[in-house]
Design a protein around this ligand. Structure first.
Ligand code: DX5
Ligand code: ZN
Length: 210
């Protein structure tokens, strides 16, 4: 897989016109559609869930990168897979049974990711890294689009890059939050494989010309 890859987030799309948002994502050179699922508990807002994912599924062949910002993610893995998720990324902070959830995702033939909020160190992932297809480094506190990038988070991407190279792991490193024309270079220089972008992508200010 040639990286870096672009994963525009639907959270910043015009929800009245999700079909045209998908077209824009396809025409914008994207490799994934990033779908932010929020439960109003782990994060303040409630966004959208399985019915929206299944409604979108027939309208694009791009893989769905579903970012589950929800408590008890184990209760919703199977239904998001049925709805059409390809990558299922849950938060490290929302479970203690990481291996079990990853196993369920892999048994269904899908890709498993873990996300970490800015205050969670990469060190907690030590035991689980060999099993992961994707690690999502949040570069803002999850919950809203359009927030300011937290510069210190780029160090976590560098650390993951080093561990990945040293041990030959296969996971993709994804960066999510506050990535725009000013901050894109920092996450790319740090070694990001997947760039998630919501507000900058849809406002045309990301500057993705790779
Ligand atoms: C934040 C979400 C992000 C968000 C990114 O909680 O996980 O994926 O949509 O939006 P921007 O790029 O506007 O920060
Ligand atoms: Zn996200």
């Amino acid at each position: 897989m040639k990286t870096p890859l672009l994963a525009p987030s639907l959270l910043s799309a015009d929800f009245l016109h999700l079909d045209s948002a998908l077209k824009r994502i396809e025409q914008g050179g994207a490799s994934f559609v990033h779908i932010d699922v929020m439960d109003g508990r782990f994060v303040p807002q409630i966004s959208y869930g399985q019915p929206v994912v299944s409604a979108l599924r027939p309208h694009t062949e791009l893989p769905f990168d579903v970012h589950l910002m929800i408590e008890q993610p184990e209760n919703h893995i199977d239904s998001f897979i049925r709805a059409g998720a390809d990558y299922l990324t849950f938060h490290w902070e929302n479970t203690v049974h990481h291996h079990r959830i990853i196993g369920r995702i892999h048994d269904a033939g899908k890709k498993a990711g873990i996300a970490v909020v800015p205050s969670t160190p990469i060190a907690v992932l030590e035991e689980i890294l060999p099993y992961l297809d994707l690690v999502l480094v949040m570069t803002v506190n999850p919950g809203f689009g359009g927030q300011a990038f937290i510069p210190g988070c780029a160090r976590k991407i560098t650390e993951l890059r080093r561990i990945k190279a040293e041990r030959g792991y296969g996971f993709l490193i994804s960066a999510d939050g506050g990535i725009n024309g000013q901050t894109l270079a920092a996450v790319l220089d740090a070694g990001t494989d997947v760039v998630v972008s919501g507000s900058a992508f849809f406002s045309g200010t990301l500057g993705w010309e790779l």
